[in-house]
Design a protein around this ligand. Structure first.
Ligand SMILES: [Zn+2]
Length: 440
């Protein structure tokens, strides 16, 4: 199969060029100009004016299985991933049961192999039951395929436990991802603490509840010389801390979500208490959003992760302060990132780097590049197509998005995983039969 005349981005090598890609079985066989005439008899697909880039890598999603299959399953979550242009997703451990033992890890991996349409990499919990007390079975989970440890959803409250987590995780070469939140200062809060939150009559979550835990993590990482990754950074104060850490050479990395780049607390105010805007950490002030974009441009923020958090309608259709946190983010991520990046004048190649090779590097996996001999995981994208977000058309079971009705520019046309089309857009420009549609 040949993808002809696409605008090919390979962030790992900094390439952006109009070239052809020759895919054979599940691998990229060749990349170069004018391959088409040399390989007669192959299927040739015209990709003129379309972007082709490595399948996106998302290091932070919630697939909800096992235990919350009414919110999402590995099957629906990976279809949503494919529709968003992702070919690798790492799923957090806050399932039921929690992924804190090798048997749960094995269950997720086997389920993903049987029903997933893209690659699923399980993240094990750092502590048993996400309780922050005793360490989870990291070594045994590693043997079953976890790629990192995290208590995401909760911070690791006790610094002594964090120390042990870093010590053990580094022994097994597992990255540690921390959800930075001081639960005392955030208690009872449901919005960013500030004027808008007060006007809404809701208790706030101050920026310091994130930045003080990030500061602790950074100092711990410096002292132990063990890397730590800070999940979903939302505040300028946290960014300032991470910038300082990087200047000191402390091995800290971090991620930002598309929704924190796209929205601020005033958007929530205008939504009139729409719980689909409720997320943790909360949507922050405009100055925080601008600081996140600047940090992305500067390289202080290493990567972009969706924190895809699908929910059933019941937990969102209640008073704002009681509603569950989370946004179903896989299917809108890339156009939102490109739009926010445009405002901050960040080139698409840089943004794509943050969604491919950068998260792959943090997880220590060989993904997110386009090179001969590598797996043919890639995405074809029309950068100019405008479309309106309709949650009822989502592959995800989670329809909880604050972007419903919003017109976005740029649409995934096809996603290939191991050389097979696992998603094709409505138009199906090439008449291919996607493998994920075979059961109807
Ligand atoms: Zn999360």
């Amino acid at each position: 199969m040949i993808l002809k005349d696409g605008i090919v981005f390979d962030p790992a090598s900094g390439t952006r060029a109009v070239i052809d890609i020759f895919i054979k079985d599940e691998l990229i066989e060749k990349i170069g100009p004018e391959l088409a005439p040399r390989f007669q008899g192959e299927e040739i697909f015209d990709c003129a004016n379309l972007w082709i880039f490595p399948g996106l890598v998302d290091m932070h999603v919630h697939l909800r299985e096992p235990g919350y299959e009414y919110k999402e399953t590995i099957e629906t979550g990976t279809r949503a991933a494919a529709a968003g242009g992702f070919t690798t997703v790492a799923c957090m451990a806050n399932t039921l049961p929690v992924n804190d033992t090798p048997s749960v890890t094995r269950y997720i991996r086997e389920k993903a192999e049987a029903q997933g349409v893209v690659e699923v990499l399980p993240i094990g919990s750092a502590t048993k039951g996400l309780k922050g007390e005793q360490l989870a079975e990291m070594g045994l989970m590693r043997e079953e395929g976890i790629v990192a440890v995290s208590d995401d959803g909760f911070p690791i409250r006790n610094a002594g436990i964090l120390r042990l987590v870093l010590e053990y995780a580094s022994r097994f070469e597992l990255p540690v991802i921390d959800h930075c939140e001081d639960l005392v200062t955030s208690e009872g809060g449901s919005v960013h603490e500030g004027k808008t939150g007060t006007r809404m009559g809701l208790k706030g979550i101050p920026c310091v509840s994130e930045s003080m835990v990030a500061a602790r993590d950074i100092l711990m990482s410096q002292w132990m010389e063990v890397p730590i990754h800070i999940a979903h950074v939302s505040c300028k104060a946290t960014i300032d801390m991470i910038r300082w850490a990087k200047i000191q050479g402390i091995p800290v990395t971090c991620e930002v979500t598309p929704h924190h780049l796209a929205l601020n607390v005033d958007d929530l105010f205008l939504s009139n208490y729409d719980a689909s805007f409720k997320v943790n950490p909360p949507l922050r002030a405009e100055e925080d959003r601008v600081a996140l974009l600047e940090a992305l441009k500067e390289g202080v923020i290493d990567c972009i992760a969706t924190d895809h958090a699908p929910h059933d309608p019941q937990v969102k259709m209640v008073e704002f302060e009681y509603a569950a946190n989370g946004i179903s983010g896989l299917e809108t991520a890339l156009p939102l990132v490109l739009e926010a990046g445009k405002q901050a004048e960040i080139p698409p190649l840089v943004l794509l780097e943050k969604m491919t090779v950068a998260p792959a590097r943090i997880l220590g996996i060989d993904r997110g590049t386009l090179e001969p001999g590598k797996l043919a995981n890639l995405t074809i994208f029309d950068p100019d197509e405008a479309w309106t977000v309709d949650p009822s058309a989502f592959f995800s079971k989670g329809k909880n998005t604050p972007f419903a009705g919003r017109t976005l520019t740029g649409r995934v046309k096809a996603t290939f995983f191991r050389g097979k089309a696992v998603f094709l857009d409505r138009g199906n420009p090439w008449g291919l039969i996607p493998v994920c549609a075979k059961e109807g």
